[in-house]
Design a protein around this ligand. Sequence first.
Ligand code: TYC
Length: 106
Amino acid sequence: MADKDGDGDADTGTLTKTKPKTARPPLYKVLLLNDDFTPMEFVVHVLERFFGLTHAQAFEIMLTVHKKGVAVVGVFSHEIAETKVTQVMDFARQHQHPLQCTMERE
Ligand code: TYC
């Protein structure tokens, strides 16, 4: 019975504080991948529509993906990231574009 007060140390008479820990939920990057077929203006539209970006922001990210192959579009909770990926993939499929969107734990 060396730790009757439950603070994780021996009860020596010295008062110690146990720091309350609030675990932060993991975050997920949503990534957009380049391909040779999806029209640039379609990608810009997707970024405006599903990520709330301005036309200028959307154009810049689209160009980064076009030049580098991939870019992070945003960082979200697991549920929000999954929703964004599904929305983008469904919309691309509806329009018969091969655009790929994925998520990755940060
Ligand atoms: N590379 C495409 C083109 O030249 C444009 C594009 C950009 C496609 C970004 C996908 O995620 C993408 N039409």
